[in-house]
Design a protein around this ligand. Structure first.
Ligand code: SF4
Ligand code: SF4
Length: 56
């Protein structure tokens, strides 16, 4: 259970990196989620302007 970033949809804006309360996202071109650190809170998905993040 972790956030998944659709790499073909992400525009690399960095909003999710700032929104994540546990620092589980790093943006380097596109957003990458550390699945071990992610607590599936959904904050990133709610903030992403491109709708690129799905939290399962
Ligand atoms: S679901 Fe929450 S903990 Fe996981 S990457 Fe998104 S903001 Fe961070
Ligand atoms: S907020 Fe969305 S579009 Fe922006 S870097 Fe994160 S996943 Fe990509």
């Amino acid at each position: 259970m972790a956030a998944e970033v659709k790499q073909d949809v992400c525009v690399g804006c960095g909003v999710c990196e700032g929104a994540c309360p546990v620092g589980a996202i790093k943006v380097d071109g596109t957003a990458k989620v550390d699945a071990d650190a992610c607590v599936s809170c959904g904050a990133c998905a709610g903030e992403c302007p491109a709708g690129a993040i799905e939290v399962k």
